[in-house]
Structures are given as structure tokens and as C-alpha cells.
Design a protein around this ligand. Structure first.
Ligand code: DC
Length: 232
């Protein structure tokens, strides 16, 4: 239980901008619940891949996926201080981080019915407040009334370098070029999709963390949180 006032914190930004790490750390420090909404879109992409709803050319069988949405149960649990994403009660945390899922997730996240289903789940998760959620449309669509909104950015090159380091640490083989092209491609799909595209909410605080250390960005975020709470 948190000793702080319970507010809603929305952290949006580009892929691999470091928003998940900072959101997770903030939630831990202030005793809030953390939800990685990107993991939910990734879990739906994995489901579609496992059920042969994506052909080798990358075309999605949208109709079957929409019909299957009520069967897709996504959850989170904590294990050894690590957040695990579950898909129909199965631990899929490593699988959803693979390049294969990264390559398919943006078109899946552009399907309006997928977004409606996941946004409804996310809003339900945030009903009690005391939550930090990160994603692309949290401050604009999921929680437009969030008391604290942050939009995080860094250059595509910086983000690709971070992602390569992350993947290597997890033992996933990749190259900088492959990751950079995936980052640029995903930015484009996320920014240009018709349904809640990635954009900064008008009332979001902006953080460009290209030149900040992890400690610096965590301190920045915690200071903003205290400021907002003291003005409630
Ligand atoms: O943050 P991430 O890279 O794990 O997100 C995976 C994909 O899901 C990415 O292509 C954008 C999409 N996404 C989204 O459309 N809306 C969100 N709230 C979170 C992620």
C-alpha cells in the first residue's frame, strides 16, 4: 500500500525510449502498481502468431483475430521482483520481447478492435488509481484525466543502441542495423495509424532522456511526482 496520495500516472513515448524502466522504478519507489501496456499488445501479437493468423508475408487474418479477442486473457504477476506477462495464464515474458514479436506488433496494435479491447482492460486496471502505466496513448486515450502525464523521447539511434544492449543481455541475437530499422519502422506505424496514434498529450511534461543517466531520469520523475502531489 502506498503512503502517497493515489493518483494516475501516464508515461508515453517512443519505443525503447526507456519509459518502461523509469515507469517501473517510479511505481516501485512510491508503492504503486505498474502496468506495461506495450506488453499487452505484444501478447496479442504472440497469440496471433501462435494461431497462424499472420501469414509469411506478414498479412494478418484480422477477422479471426477480432473473433478470438474474448479468448485472449492477459495478466501480470511479480516473480523474484520481476514483472511477468501472462497470456491465458502462461508465462510469455521472454517470448513477447523477441524480434519476431517486435516485427509484428505495430500492425496488430493498429487494429481498432484490438485497441478497444485493450484500452477497456487498461481502464479497468486503473480504476482504483495508484497506478503507473506506460505506452503510447495512455495520457491521450486511456487516462485523459491522469493527474501526471509524461512524454518521453530520445533519438532513434540512442533508442536502438539501448534495445541492442537489452536484447544481448537477454541472449537474443540481433544487430544494430536490424534494431534501428525496426525502431524507425515502428515509430512510423505508431505515429501514422488512424486509431489513437502516438502523440504527446497537450498537458504532458516532456522528457528527452538522450543524454540523461538512468538515475538522473528517475530523480526527475520522482521530483515531478512530489510536485504534483503537493499541488493536489
Ligand atoms: O512499448 P513496446 O515497444 O513494448 O510496444 C509494443 C508495440 O505496441 C508498439 O509497436 C506500440 C504498441 N503500443 C500501442 O500502440 N499502444 C500502447 N499503449 C502501447 C504499445
Amino acid at each position: 500500500m502506498s503512503i502517497f496520495p493515489l493518483i494516475t500516472i501516464a508515461i508515453d513515448g517512443y519505443s525503447s525510449s526507456g519509459k518502461s524502466s523509469m515507469a517501473r522504478q517510479l511505481a516501485k519507489t512510491i508503492g504503486y502498481r505498474y502496468i506495461d501496456s506495450g506488453a499487452m499488445y505484444r501478447a496479442v501479437a504472440l497469440y496471433a502468431m501462435e494461431h497462424n493468423m499472420i501469414n509469411p508475408e506478414g498479412t494478418i487474418d484480422t477477422r479471426s483475430l477480432i473473433a478470438a479477442l474474448p479468448e485472449i486473457k492477459i495478466g501480470f504477476r511479480i516473480e523474484d521482483d520481476r514483472q511477468i506477462t501472462t497470456l491465458n495464464d502462461r508465462d510469455v515474458e521472454s517470448q513477447i520481447r523477441s524480434m519476431a514479436v517486435s516485427n509484428h506488433v505495430s500492425p496488430i496494435a493498429a487494429i481498432p478492435e484490438v485497441r478497444h479491447a485493450l484500452v477497456a482492460m487498461q481502464q479497468q486496471m486503473g480504476e482504483q488509481k495508484g497506478i503507473v502505466m506506460d505506452g503510447r496513448d495512455i495520457g491521450t486515450t486511456v487516462f485523459p484525466d491522469a493527474e501526471m502525464k509524461v512524454f518521453v523521447n530520445a533519438s532513434p539511434q540512442t533508442r536502438a543502441q539501448r534495445r541492442v544492449a537489452e536484447l544481448i543481455e537477454k541472449g537474443i541475437a540481433t544487430t544494430y542495423e536490424e534494431v534501428l530499422s525496426n525502431v524507425i519502422n515502428r515509430d512510423h506505424i505508431d505515429e501514422t495509424r488512424a486509431e489513437s496514434p502516438l502523440r504527446k498529450a497537450d498537458d504532458a511534461l516532456v522528457l528527452d532522456n538522450s543524454t540523461l543517466t538512468i538515475d538522473e531520469q528517475n530523480s526527475w520523475l520522482l521530483e515531478r511526482f512530489h510536485e504534483i502531489c503537493s499541488n493536489l
